[in-house]
Design a binder for this molecule. Structure first.
Ligand code: FAD
Length: 427
């Protein structure tokens, strides 16, 4: 469908952003029989700065969407566990629980490929009208202030001079902001940005030939990077995704570019020097912001919903955001489907009918996010990291407790309990 025709239509839903959260929302809505406009400023397949880890949560939603086999057909690394390295050089490898139906916990594959699988599925859906190269710049509102559409411009990023007079508006009964960390939808709604103490600045690059790669992800809590973390993720093709995450507030205090911190860690940390001796960097180092779910921002209102990074839903310990992006898209679609059923007509969906989305986020995603926030705060202490990882490396019973914590949300709650820290400090 051409974009000029698309302009004359009232869509059931308009989704801004075709990343994991946007494609998930659009696919679930389209499959429930709704007519969806999905726009993205990029042309797909597009590059995305990411750690590339696809966890059990992501796998669950991809399976529900019937896309797991498509993902598995892409080149990928298999993940079975997590190695943690302490500031004083102790290390421990703990197995992750297997994802449901798999013999491993998850995969590592280039985000370009993960997103291409989702995008291809959206493109194949007859109920979804897809417009690439469309950059949203604002929201359309009715007299009461309810959101009734989007405005933006069509620009071919590959052309040297984009055509003039290419402003477009599109109308829908609900607009879903799935446009990531710098969400234009959230800004147009007047929402404050994510505070620096609740967002990571994260960078990543690819290296070929890193020594000692296994089928586990590695998190280094090392002096060159603390109070942030450094990671190595095996991509299964001889390359590794190497990166770090540091809270924006800490980066500001430190006044150093995160790329420099990354390269300095590789050059100065004894274990990393050895592993990178024969490694070659491939491509540039990319940087992006990770909005953590320890910050709660409004995520629905009259005629609008925010999902994924636009709703600030990333795990504040691991930096994992794809799982919550896909899940929030599913919750938003479920709520919008019910709201459209209860509110026939042409008007914007009222906030009250979209409130169940926020309740699903709070009950299904926020508890785990807040446990991870406690872990993030504990991992700022060099002393606690040395005790925790040192003890896990030498005491099987303590290591088992961590395995249980990785497997169960209930066991994870222990980090909130002062007795946990007493047990940690006892020999
Ligand atoms: C360095 C780094 C490492 C990470 N590692 C991991 C990891 O290993 N595992 C994990 O699960 N998560 C990881 N994350 C987090 C993860 O990348 C995000 O949580 C995830 O991408 C969120 O998905 P989303 O769909 O909400 O947003 P995005 O993936 O950011 O998609 C947003 C889309 O909106 C489009 N868009 C933006 N603005 C506009 C506009 N104005 N108009 C139209 N379209 C627009 C963009 O082009 C984009 O396609 C990492 C993040 C970073 C920065």
């Amino acid at each position: 469908m051409s974009s000029s025709l698309a302009q004359d239509i009232l869509y059931d839903a308009i989704v801004v952003g075709a990343g994991p959260s946007g494609c998930s929302t659009a696919l679930f809505l389209a499959r429930a029989g709704h007519f969806v406009l999905l726009v993205d400023k990029a042309k797909f397949p597009r590059e995305k700065v990411c750690g590339d880890a696809v966890s059990g949560k992501s796998i669950g939603v991809l399976r529900t969407l019937g896309l797991l086999a498509h993902l598995e057909a892409q080149p990928h690394g298999v993940i079975t566990g997590l190695k943690m390295i302490s500031p004083n050089g102790k290390e421990v490898l703990v197995p992750f629980p297997n994802a449901t139906g798999l013999t491993c916990a998850g995969y590592c594959l280039r985000r370009q490929q993960t997103d291409a699988v989702l995008f291809a599925a959206a493109k194949a859906e007859s109920n979804i009208t897809l417009i690439e190269n469309f950059s949203v710049s604002g929201l359309e509102r009715d007299a009461s202030g309810a959101v009734i559409g989007i405005s933006g411009s069509q620009a071919n990023r590959e052309s040297v001079s984009p055509p003039l007079n290419n402003e477009r508006t599109y109308k829908g009964r609900v607009v879903i902001g799935a446009d990531g960390a710098g969400s234009v939808v959230a800004r147009s709604l007047g929402l404050a940005g994510v505070p620096p103490e609740h967002a990571f600045m994260a960078v990543r690059g690819y290296w070929r030939g890193v020594g000692g790669l296994g089928d586990h992800i590695e998190l280094f809590f090392i002096d060159q990077v603390l109070p942030g973390y450094f990671w190595i993720f095996p991509m299964g093709d001889g390359t590794a995704n190497v990166g770090l995450g540091i809270l924006n507030s800490d980066i500001k205090k430190r006044g150093e570019h995160p790329n420099k911190i990354l390269l300095n860690a590789i050059a100065k940390h004894p274990a990393l020097i050895a592993r990178f001796t024969s490694a070659k960097q491939e491509g540039p180092i990319g940087a992006w912001v990770i909005p953590n779910g320890s910050h709660t921002r409004p995520n629905f209102g009259d005629g609008w919903v925010l999902v994924g990074d636009a709703a600030s839903l990333v795990d504040p310990f691991s930096g994992e955001g794809v799982g919550n992006a896909l899940s929030s898209g599913q919750f938003a679609a479920q709520t919008i489907n019910e709201a459209l059923g209860k509110n026939p007509g042409n008007g914007p969906l009222p906030a009250a009918s979209l409130a169940p989305y926020s309740e699903l986020v709070e009950s299904k995603l926020r508890p785990e996010i807040m446990t991870s926030y406690n872990l993030q705060r504990a991992s700022r202490s060099r002393f606690l990291l040395n005790v925790f990882i040192g003890k896990a490396a030498t005491k099987p019973a303590f290591r088992q407790m961590i395995i249980d914590m990785l497997a169960s949300d209930e066991a994870k709650q222990q980090v909130k309990d002062p007795l946990f820290y007493l047990k940690l400090l006892l020999p």
